[in-house]
Ligand binder design. Structure first.
Ligand SMILES: *Cc1c(COP(=O)(O)O)cnc(C)c1O
Length: 402
């Protein structure tokens, strides 16, 4: 029997992290604000801002924390209505609730991207901020979104948790809205177990986020402008907000930063290999009449570490049979809407209060499959996964015919 590749295995952390970790263990210097300068978290922030081409970055404990701080830093009042896609991870409506705001859900199409007609209609319903979640790295029409939001003076937060390395018209995802948030949780492009970072060009916004992340007293002095230079605009913003904001303590530890930093030079390779793997599998699946991998939008260059595809013209019983047959052959296919308590199915977000019905998003979730494709997989391993999927489909169709 074919060896089924392990799609949950992580890539090893680069060897270069070891010396830095040892030095930290020796010094015990794990807190980002102990050293007078050049703490690993500070260096990470400078490197990450430079990588993405933004003025500022703030490293925090998770992408959820970054999303929460973004909403807080925007100064949204209690009960502000925040528009989010109906297809995302439960962390997104949770961050909205955490910030004392109200999540408003908009429809997502069968291509996993925001339905622009519904987005525009919902935007008129007293929306005060928008979180665009690039779910599984799929980019919605950022040109249309930005022009609608700018015309109404509505700030856009990008949830780019799973989009590091994706570009839109050649520009990094996460740098298009007022603020972009990324995750370093293990299933994302850079793995520190946990961690997050937000990027922005807005000095006032980042100053507020820095203080609220837990830069108590004058610790904000350790946050500088681009390349670690003094930045008068930033200093002025810190002075303005001193003692005015709560401290939520969502900081990143130096230990996380030393695990993240040596992975930054690996990113370009991970993006190239992940995209090549994805596109290879997508082309084979699209040759089959019962699988459909939606195409990216034209300005988008993806950075995938998983593949999503829709099942075409199958009954509920056939979908169940396909899912069972894939699992029996060793490849777990998650169908977002069909696994119990799935955190990406909006009807399970009962903590938001009354959950609205989104027929289009629901229809997509009932057919959309999710398979992890870690970037280290070889062509042979991809072929094994493909043969399981197509084999399970043939079995399903034959069973029905019999
Ligand atoms: C992983 C993920 C998050 C949450 O990130 P954490 O760092 O675990 O808080 C949010 N949104 C999306 C789209 C994600 O994939």
């Amino acid at each position: 029997m074919q060896q089924i590749p392990n799609v949950h295995e992580a890539e090893p952390i680069p060897e270069a992290a070891r010396a830095e970790i040892d030095a930290l263990l020796q010094s015990g210097d794990l807190f980002r604000y102990t050293a007078p300068e050049n703490a690993p978290v500070t260096l990470l922030e400078q490197e990450f801002a430079k990588l993405l081409g933004t003025k500022y970055a703030l490293a925090v404990s998770s992408c959820s924390a970054a999303l929460f701080l973004s909403l807080k830093a925007l100064g949204l009042p209690r009960d502000a209505r925040v528009l989010i896609p109906g297809f995302t991870f439960a962390a997104v409506p949770s961050a909205v609730v955490h910030a004392d705001c109200i999540p408003v859900l908009c429809e997502v199409g069968e291509n996993y991207r925001i339905d622009m007609a519904d987005f525009e209609a919902k935007l008129a319903q007293g929306i005060q901020a928008v979180i665009i979640s690039h779910m599984r790295g799929h980019t919605s029409d950022m040109d249309a979104i930005l022009s609608l939001c700018e015309a109404r003076d509505i700030p856009v937060v990008e949830d780019a948790a799973h989009s590091l390395g994706t570009t839109w018209h050649g520009r990094n995802i996460g740098t298009i809205g007022q603020v972009g948030c990324f995750s370093f949780q293990s299933y994302k492009m850079i793995n520190a177990g946990e961690g997050g970072i937000l990027v922005t060009d807005d000095a006032d916004l980042v100053a507020r986020a820095v203080i609220m992340s837990g830069a108590y007293e004058h610790n904000w002095k350790k946050h500088k402008g681009p390349e670690g230079q003094n930045d008068p605009e930033l200093a002025e913003a810190f002075a303005k907000w001193q003692n005015q904001l709560p401290l939520y303590n969502l900081r990143m530890s130096n230990l996380s930063a030393v695990v993240i930093r040596p992975q930054i030079p690996e990113l370009a390779r991970r993006v190239t290999d992940g995209l090549a793997n994805h596109d290879y599998v997508a082309a084979q699946l699209n040759a089959h009449p019962h699988f459909h991998v939606p195409a990216p939008l034209a300005p988008e260059r993806r950075a995938p570490d998983s593949i999503q595809f829709n099942l075409v013209d199958l009954s509920d019983a056939q979908i169940q049979a396909f899912s069972n047959a894939s699992a029996a052959r060793g490849v777990k296919v998650q169908i977002f809407g069909r696994s119990t308590d799935n955190a990406r199915a909006f009807w399970n977000w009962q903590f938001i209060g009354e959950v609205p019905e989104l027929p289009q998003t629901r229809a997509m979730l009932m057919n959309a499959c999710d398979v992890r494709l870690p970037v280290l997989l070889t062509r042979d391993e991809l072929d094994v996964i493909l043969s399981v999927l197509t084999g399970a489909m043939s079995y399903t169709l034959a069973k029905e015919a019999a």
